[in-house]
Design a protein around this ligand. Structure first.
Ligand SMILES: Nc1nc2c(ncn2[C@@H]2O[C@H](COP(=O)(O)OP(=O)(O)OP(=O)(O)O)[C@@H](O)[C@H]2O)c(=O)[nH]1
Length: 353
């Protein structure tokens, strides 16, 4: 089920911004389709086209339900499946009984489908729609009209498909740019809360335990000072590649600060995350970067605990990383359990501001 963000608040992440855009699109298409189609119910009723009138009533009821669900529940009623179905049935049937008067409605219906359904589904349903409209036109209109209708409707679908496809690609590209760090290609902080929260939900609902690793290069400032910022950038890129080689597909790598990285490890216990963190530090310290820059890193490991928020989880890892630095760097420190850490004094919740 698609859950859209509330329209009253500004999007706080790129993903929410895209969902907000889709919400507006779905909302406006159903609203204006309702305004356009509702009067036709009466028109067709008066002409004794009761079946067509009934289809149009169903179409309008569906439009109202979609609007109401979006407004009051922030969900997409039946994922918009009824719109193309009812629009296609109404347009085909109306063309069959009313001729050109019905045909004109098939153009906006075909175009709208590309903005309401996923692209593949929209293509499949429009191929069926154009084929059915062609068949009806073949029997209903003279042959030259049949060809004109088939080509013009096909062309409308093609243009709408290209436009919807390009908008979808643009959305994907903008989301990628907004969620990743341009230097290393790692995820940036924009998704951090969402991804940690999803791991917490897995822990709460299914007892699936995740861990996170914080990893920070040691004395990176000295690298910049000695070799220059450009060399520092190359080191960061090479380090990202070394980390990636050790990760699983499901692990997620974030760059959360200049030379600080976070790795989220789904379904991984503290002990296994600790082993991985050790291996990562070895892969950093064992071989020089750019052939002659020697580096070490410090790391911390924290398994998610029952009932903690993402910020407390991250804060525990942060404390442990600080500990690794103060113990002399180039080592892994395991985060303490929440109760142990709270005995040492209150921890500020970064999410609380
Ligand atoms: N080249 C490069 N340097 C960066 C980037 N982002 C942050 N830095 C540098 O990273 C350095 C971080 O310095 P510090 O925070 O003092 O940390 P450190 O020198 O690694 O020391 P410890 O973390 O305490 O071991 C600073 O010199 C930043 O300018 C970046 O994108 N590229």
């Amino acid at each position: 089920m698609t859950v859209f963000p509330s329209p009253d608040s500004l999007a706080t992440t790129p993903t929410l911004a895209v969902l907000g855009f889709k919400r507006q699109l779905v909302y406006h298409l159903h609203f204006w389709a309702f305004i356009a189609v509702a009067p036709l119910i009466l028109v067709q009723w008066r002409q004794d086209h009761l079946l067509l009138s009934s289809f149009l009533i169903l179409f309008c009821v569906n439009a109202l339900l979609v609007i109401a669900f979006l407004r009051y529940r922030n969900t997409y009623f039946l994922r918009g499946r009824l719109f193309p179905l009812l629009a296609a049935i109404s347009a085909v049937y109306s063309t069959a009984i009313n001729g050109h008067v019905g045909l004109y409605w098939s153009y906006p219906a075909a175009a709208a489908v590309f903005f309401l359904l996923p692209l593949r589904e929209a293509i499949a349903s429009n191929i069926i729609f154009v084929a059915t409209m062609s068949a009806v036109s073949f029997f209903k209109f003279p042959e030259p009209d049949f060809w004109r209708i088939t080509f013009s409707l096909g062309l409308t679908c093609l243009f709408a498909m290209i436009f919807a496809w390009l908008v979808g690609r643009l959305q994907g590209e903008l989301t990628r740019l907004a969620t990743t760090d341009p230097l290393t290609g790692c995820l940036n902080r924009s998704q951090l809360a969402d991804i940690l929260n999803s791991q917490i939900q897995m822990r709460e609902r299914y007892e699936r335990v995740s861990s996170l690793i914080l990893l920070d290069l040691d004395f990176f400032k000295a690298i910049n000072d000695q070799w220059g910022h450009l060399a520092g950038d190359k080191v960061l890129k090479e380090m990202t590649n070394r980390i990636r080689k050790r990760l699983r597909e499901s692990d997620q790598l974030f760059r959360i600060g200049g030379e600080e990285f976070m790795i989220v490890l789904p379904e991984t216990r503290q002990k296994d995350a600790d082993t991985l963190a050790d291996q990562l530090l070895t892969s950093i310290s064992s071989r020089p970067f750019l052939n002659n820059i020697k580096l070490t890193a410090s790391a911390s490991v924290a398994e998610v605990s029952q009932g903690e928020t993402w910020s407390v989880w991250l804060n525990r890892a942060d404390h442990a990383l600080y500990e690794a630095k103060s113990r002399g760097r180039n080592q892994v420190v395991n985060a303490m359990k929440p109760r142990t850490i709270s005995n040492q004094g209150p921890i500020a919740d970064p999410a609380a501001g």
